[in-house]
Design a protein around this ligand. Structure first.
Ligand code: PEP
Ligand code: MN
Length: 269
């Protein structure tokens, strides 16, 4: 079901405020973690001002250490929902565990499956039973075929509203970047599958200064969307502060991405 061979037409994801795929490009932004009702409201206003239509934020956080901030859970979902509604945006948030799918479903418009869960097959089956779009992130050591098979797990349950996300793969040079951004995956996935392809330069690069150039590169490669993390006070962010764009940096990134997207749209015709 994921293959272009059997389904030549692009899949288009239609949300209340966002259309992704089949020539429709969209910007998603928000904090790594939902930190408080007030903070996420503020970040939603920034995201919206830069032209984002999808508000991201983690309420369940897959942290490397069990002693790091784990997320506000259901309160976080409520705060993110309220912030998205206030700005007239759609909401995307990560679901980490099969047992939380119903709870997350009560609030979100799009489920995110994180890189660490790309091959959590029971979780993939659980979102495959839902009838809401899923953003499936490529595992840090996942091949393109692994990603395609993971998507197939979701599609096999009857949910074909899938977006694939390149967020960087495990690097041997983590002195300079958190991961290696596989921009080639955008083109390969567009050949192999009809699902929209989103790039996440924040997690791919891990450093604020490197996010904008790779957002531009991913857009130039024909990505159907870009998702980035933003924060007004990165030094005190609950998670991923080192890669967050400050509001003015986000505005500049959005401007550049939109300029490149206008060019790409011309080439598509
Ligand atoms: C995130 O989106 O905050 C996240 C944890 O991403 P990934 O699963 O790609 O590491
Ligand atoms: Mn993050």
């Amino acid at each position: 079901q994921s293959s272009r061979l059997f389904h030549p037409e692009d899949t288009v994801i239609n949300l209340a405020h966002t259309i992704i795929g089949g020539g429709h490009f969209s910007l998603s932004a928000g904090p790594c973690s939902v930190e408080s009702a007030e903070h996420v409201r503020k970040m939603a206003a920034v995201a919206k001002a830069g032209g984002a239509t999808l508000l991201r934020g983690g309420a369940f956080k897959p942290r490397t250490s069990p002693y790091s901030f784990q997320g506000l859970e259901e309160d976080g979902l409520k705060f993110l929902r309220a912030a998205a509604d206030e700005q007239g945006m759609d909401m995307i948030t990560e679901v980490m565990d099969e047992m939380h799918v119903d709870m997350v479903n009560e609030y979100t418009d799009v489920f995110q499956i994180g890189a660490r869960n790309m091959q959590n097959f029971s979780l993939l089956k659980a979102v495959g039973k839902m009838r809401k779009p899923v953003l499936l992130k490529r595992g840090m050591s996942g091949t393109i075929d692994d990603l395609m098979n993971a998507a197939e797990y979701i599609a096999a349950g009857g949910n074909t509203q899938i977006m694939l996300c390149e967020r960087g793969i495990r690097t041997f040079d983590n002195k300079y970047t958190r991961n290696t951004f596989d921009v080639g995956a955008v083109s390969v996935l567009h050949e192999l599958t009809h699902f929209p392809v989103i790039v996440d330069p924040s997690h791919a690069m891990g450093h604020t200064d490197l996010v904008t150039p790779m957002a531009v590169a991913g857009t130039a490669a024909g990505a159907d969307g870009v998702v980035v993390e933003i924060h007004d006070d990165p030094a005190h962010a609950f998670s991923d502060g080192a890669q967050a764009l400050k509001p003015d940096q986000f505005m500049e990134m959005a401007k550049r991405v939109q300029a490149v997207e206008a060019l790409v749209a011309g080439w598509r015709e």
